[in-house]
Design a protein around this ligand. Structure first.
Ligand SMILES: [Zn+2]
Length: 67
């Protein structure tokens, strides 16, 4: 989602320039959404690796206990 070409309904200037409070509010909201998406995209591989590590540790622990 890019906000570079969005035009503000309040001041008719590009939202990315932040000329009025409506622009700035929209710009902040869109940036937060982008940040959240980037955060999730960066988090998912790490979460998978962490879950895999926990799974391997659990299997190793079980194998150790049954042996
Ligand atoms: Zn505006």
């Amino acid at each position: 989602m890019t906000y570079d070409r969005l035009v503000c309904a309040n001041c008719a200037a590009p939202v990315s320039e932040g000329r009025c409070p409506v622009c700035r509010a929209n710009r902040e909201r869109l940036q937060q959404e982008n940040f959240f998406e980037n955060f999730l995209a960066g988090l998912n591989p790490m979460t998978l690796i962490a879950l895999l590590a926990v799974l391997v540790a659990a299997v190793a622990l079980l194998a150790h206990q049954t042996a």
